[in-house]
Design a protein around this ligand. Structure first.
Ligand SMILES: [Cu+2]
Length: 395
């Protein structure tokens, strides 16, 4: 209904515009110039407008760099991040320089050679030399950029197995993340959504002994300087693991395992102390304080003061609570990491506890119940799949 009304309003507006233009034409003085060919005055006006427009473009570009430059991410907190940033900087710098020069020339020429009564266009069929120059220069520059990009890509994407990276699974589901550390053996146990049941939320295969020492956690801790390889798995729909501060992103695809490896180089504490972050946290907290004054006046609970933490975010619109799909990342020293890791229960012990609890509460005829629970376990992901599809369609 709304769409129908909007169409009617737009149609009526178009008719109004058309009628007004007719009234203007009728109200012109009899000696006015009604020819549709541009005259000297029109040409001059268009020439000046061309020049004004390009100046406006440059001014707004400079203003945006000046005003919004502070929203750039700080120095990358991963080993490959500087390579990535350099590639990005070189590509943008090249594009910017060429853009500024050609756009400026285009508009300046439109102004400088605007039409006049006496000026005639020169008939100039072709010039092989010129065509060669403007073809070969972009070919060389683009080929250079592409080859440089390919080398950087393979440098970043190829995981060096000799460095013995720590294997961590990142498991995505609507709408949260779990991390599974591969334990002492550095090998993840097999997993499948069909095994999801009770405390086994990630569907780790209990019969696979590699999974016994795996540790499933809700907060990602990483030792600084240690190469890590992430194996991504999704329970339901397409997600995307996004680590902006580490310059990393990888799609998380249901039914397959994707991977990405990097080495964190700056601890959370060091990042907090960096000049960039001190300024940023200060300005966020100033804004929060302002907001808190309003909230207090309205008698509502106030906002906590902000402290920086790395986060793993989801970068695919995967459903209604997508915006809140995040996991805290803590980069810390080797010792702190080990101490934290010691405290986390292994998958094997979690399952043992669950089975013990089950044994003590259930009696002998629990077999039937188990089989019905199993069915529920396999059905769940399919249901959430359907919900996600609906969500995406709504979006
Ligand atoms: Cu998601």
């Amino acid at each position: 209904m709304t769409v129908f009304l909007v169409i009617i309003v737009l149609a009526l507006l178009a008719v109004t515009g058309w009628q007004i233009s007719k009234i203007f034409q009728l109200s012109k003085r009899p000696d006015a110039d009604t020819s549709e060919v541009a005259n000297e005055k029109d040409n001059k006006l268009h020439g000046i407008l061309n020049l004004v427009f390009v100046i406006f473009l440059y001014v707004i570009t400079i203003y945006c760099f000046w005003e919004y430059g502070r929203f750039y991410l700080p120095e990358a907190a991963s080993d490959h991040g500087s390579e990535y940033d350099t590639l990005m900087f070189i590509s943008i710098a090249l594009i910017m320089v060429v853009q500024v020069i050609t756009q400026g020339l285009l508009h300046y020429f439109a102004y400088r050679y605007k039409g006049t009564k006496t000026r005639r266009a020169l008939f100039y069929a072709d010039n092989d030399k010129l065509e060669f120059i403007w073809t070969i220069i972009p070919v060389i520059v683009l080929a250079g950029l592409i080859i440089y990009g390919l080398f950087t890509w393979s440098d970043i994407m190829n995981i060096n197995e000799e460095e013995d990276p720590m294997v961590i699974e990142l498991y995505a589901y609507q709408f949260d993340w779990r991390a599974r550390y591969s334990g002492e053996d550095n090998t993840l146990g097999k997993a499948n959504v069909r095994f999801i049941e009770g405390l086994n939320q990630l569907g780790v295969d209990e019969s696979d002994s590699y999974g016994d020492d795996d540790k499933i956690v809700t907060e990602l801790h990483l030792p600084v300087g240690q190469p890590v390889v992430f194996k991504f798995r999704s329970q339901d729909v397409l997600h995307s693991a996004y680590f902006p501060f580490f310059r990393a992103q990888m799609n998380v695809v249901p039914g397959m395992i994707t991977q990405f490896g990097f080495t964190p180089t700056i601890t959370s504490e060091e990042m907090r102390e960096s000049e960039y972050m001190v300024d940023k946290v200060k300005s966020v907290n100033e804004e929060r304080n302002e907001r808190n004054k309003e909230l207090l006046a309205q008698g509502e609970p106030t906002l906590d003061s902000y402290e920086f933490d790395y986060f793993l975010l989801c970068n695919k619109i995967c459903g209604q609570a997508h915006y809140n799909m995040q996991m805290k990342i803590i980069v810390e020293s080797e010792e702190d990491f080990k101490a934290w890791m010691e405290e986390q229960p292994t998958f094997g012990s979690t399952m043992e506890d669950q089975n013990k609890d089950a044994d003590s509460t259930e009696d002998t005829n629990s077999d039937e119940e188990e089989s019905s629970q199993e069915e529920n376990g396999t059905d769940e992901p399919q249901e959430s799949d359907a919900v996600a599809v609906v969500d995406n369609e709504q979006n």
